[in-house]
Design a protein around this ligand. Structure first.
Ligand code: GLN
Length: 195
């Protein structure tokens, strides 16, 4: 049985766990979904989901728990919002000592839409299908390298993308798919199972 971890310091942890379970059920797959707060619980994971929240805080807490290097070694990672910031090679407007996992060849601008009050919702079209998307103090993906496949744009901005690097697979969204749909989670699970 495959095991998916959800980084569980803050953000939409419960929502991601529930949606991942629902997505697995829709695909008739038996998957264990666990909250991850320690280096130990990263062991034997087939995949990790990094929820939205605050990327600076997530970075600090992962460092405190000495999880950083082990996270980089996880084969399949799905980042949403702050999770996408964590995956990016380059961030604009980062705090002084903020680091990212530098796993995806994307350049991202934190809080690019403005403050919390500038958060918004809209219907979007993605390569996976149409859905309603919630953007909460969302980042903008400013640039994507040639190995990054774009899965959705809103206006001209890239809002969802993926990258396969050897055996590793990364999926990233600027919005919060866990709030409105199982579509991205099903897609991620299919990638893990290579179906
Ligand atoms: N802009 C936030 C950050 O810098 C992310 C917001 C979110 O995850 N909803 O981490």
């Amino acid at each position: 049985m495959k095991k998916i971890g959800v980084l569980a310091f803050h953000g939409d942890v419960v929502e991601h766990i529930e949606v991942t379970k629902k997505a697995a059920k829709n695909l008739r797959l038996d998957i264990e979904v666990i909250p991850v707060r320690t280096k130990n619980s990263l062991r034997n994971l087939n995949a990790l989901i990094i929820p939205g929240g605050e990327s600076t805080t997530l970075h600090k807490l992962c460092q405190r728990e000495n999880m950083w290097e082990d996270m980089k070694r996880i084969k399949n990672i799905f980042g949403t919002c702050a999770g996408t910031i964590m995956l990016a090679k380059t961030i604009h407007h980062k705090t002084l000592d903020q680091e990212t996992l530098e796993l995806m060849d994307i350049e991202i601008d934190r809080n690019a839409y403005g403050r919390q009050t500038e958060s918004f919702e809209k219907n979007i079209k993605t390569s996976l299908g149409r859905m309603h998307a919630v953007f909460i103090r969302a980042p903008k993906i400013k640039k994507a390298g040639k190995d990054v496949k774009i899965l959705a744009r809103s206006e001209r901005e890239i809002i969802a993308c993926e990258q396969k690097t050897g055996d590793n697979y990364y999926l990233a969204t600027c919005f919060h798919p866990e709030l409105t749909s199982t579509m991205f989670h099903e897609y991620f699970i299919k990638k893990i199972y290579q179906i």
